[in-house]
Design a protein around this ligand. Structure first.
Ligand code: AMP
Length: 280
């Protein structure tokens, strides 16, 4: 696996692959990798001739300095994991490489950035869209793989790619879970053993909602109430939002008719966890 830190080197490498007729798959990450990330890399390997993974903890998408400072990092272990799944290039730039002095451009994806996480993390999707646009211009992929775990992020990036005519395909991939149902996340490492147990209420709530709809419930308010009861039944948990919304526009729905996204953000202690499912 080649490690590239400079933008121009990365662009040259990708351009050479393109000229040789190779297809490039790209997986952007913030590191501290787990099986969820690796599933994207494996899928990228299947779909492309070469796979580039980036690791960059993007300061622009953190609305709280403390969250950025405590975001877990482990480059050596990440490298080993990426080698093992056959990554061709790890793009690992530092912050001044991505945001040199004088940097002043940002991408705002309007409506779909506003609800859900956007309402509680001001500037988050502006930071995400801007860095992902830059990474697309740097790595020049044919496909980019994203996890549905961050469902709103997938919607925002798809919108940006369409609106700005990026010549690539966005491939959303299913959420990878621990055997007990907790969605894998780099932040899970910060949960205490008790909090780790408590955090299972997210997956349980998603199941309960799916079950209710499967048995004929259509009122969004009833489904949301059941979800809320399961989550507030646990001590040490605070709900940030629970939403039933359209999976493309992210507008809230009053009734579950057709595919509907159930999205949750919950604080377990001081760890913020998100999860979602599309109820069909
Ligand atoms: P992150 O490092 O958290 O920015 O995530 C990098 C990519 O991995 C994003 O596209 C995430 O949606 C994806 N990802 C994170 N956790 C999971 C998971 N449990 N299953 C599938 N994809 C994931």
């Amino acid at each position: 696996m080649k490690i590239i830190s400079h933008i121009t080197d990365m662009q040259r490498w990708s351009e050479a692959r393109r000229l040789a007729g190779k297809t490039i798959a790209f997986v952007p990450t913030m590191g501290f990798l787990h099986e969820g990330h690796l599933s994207l890399v494996r899928e990228g390997k299947k779909r492309g001739d070469v796979v580039i993974v980036s690791i960059f903890v993007n300061p622009m998408q953190f609305n709280q300095q403390a969250d950025f400072a405590t975001y877990p990092r482990s480059l050596e272990q990440d490298q080993l994991m990426l080698e093992e799944v056959g990554t061709d290039v790890l793009f690992y730039p530092n912050a001044p490489e991505i945001y040199p002095e004088g940097f002043q451009t940002a991408i705002e994806v309007d409506k779909v950035s506003q609800p859900l996480c956007g309402a509680f993390r001001p500037g988050h999707f502006r930071g995400v869209a801007t860095v992902v646009a830059k990474l697309f211009n740097i790595t020049k992929p044919h496909f980019a793989l994203f996890g549905e775990k961050d469902f709103q992020q997938c919607v925002v990036i798809k919108r940006m790619v369409k609106d700005l005519n990026f010549d690539l395909e966005v491939l959303p991939m299913p959420t990878v879970r621990e055997p007990d149902g907790l969605a894998m996340s780099s932040r899970n490492a910060r949960l205490s053993p008790t909090e780790r147990q408590t955090s299972l209420c997210l997956a349980r709530a998603l199941h309960r909602a799916q079950d209710l709809v499967a048995h004929g419930e259509r009122q969004a308010s009833s489904v949301l109430q059941a979800v809320q009861e399961i989550i507030t039944g646990e001590g040490g948990v605070r709900i940030e939002y629970i939403s039933l919304c359209h999976p493309e526009t992210l507008e809230e729905v009053a009734e579950v008719s057709g595919p509907t996204l159930l999205a949750l953000a919950v604080w377990v202690g001081d760890v913020r966890l998100i999860d979602n499912c599309v109820i069909r």
